[in-house]
Design a protein around this ligand. Structure first.
Ligand SMILES: [Mg+2]
Length: 164
């Protein structure tokens, strides 16, 4: 088990993660980062593509849960409701505490869970520390210079994997 924040898979968008890949890897629970992974900053509604993708994952029998560092309860709740997915706020990723709590609550082994997110030092690191499969997705949009700088700092870990 590596504690380096290296993703196991890397995708250009959340919708590129197929139910087949998850099923093949015995993933029963997929945790989702919110901002810039399934939600562009500044919007309160998931796209039709994201809604269709969530339905397909759910139909494959995979549990979903949003695990967000956000404190903006209304925004997270709006997305979770639109997608019909439970959520955790203020997860404080890279802490593995909330992902571990979820595993216990949902009675899923760490090996049967994955976390998909757009940031190396929060999402991927949190997944590694919790012993669950890290999936990196390309951020939807780099909306400000600070975010762009942060992604630049993540570059060494980001280029480690090719896009699946
Ligand atoms: Mg994010």
């Amino acid at each position: 088990m590596s504690f380096l924040p290296i993703p196991k898979y890397k995708f250009r968008a959340i919708e590129s993660i197929s139910a087949e890949l998850l099923v093949k890897n015995n993933i029963r629970l997929l945790m989702l980062d919110l901002d810039n992974t399934i939600a562009p900053y500044g919007t309160d509604h998931p796209t039709k593509d994201t809604q269709r993708w969530v339905s397909a994952i759910r139909e494959a029998g995979i549990l979903l849960c949003i695990v967000s560092n956000s404190r903006r309860a209304r925004r997270v709740e709006a997305f979770a409701e639109a997608l019909g997915v439970p959520y955790v706020l203020r997860a404080k990723k890279p802490s593995p505490r909330k992902p571990r709590e979820l595993l216990r609550q949902m009675n899923v082994a760490a090996e049967a869970a994955a976390l998909a997110g757009d940031q190396i030092y929060t999402d991927v690191l949190s997944a590694r520390l919790a012993g669950i499969t890290p999936i990196l997705v390309k951020p939807i949009k780099l909306s400000n210079p600070l975010l762009a700088l942060r992604y630049a700092l993540e570059a060494p870990f980001r280029i480690w994997r090719r896009y699946a």
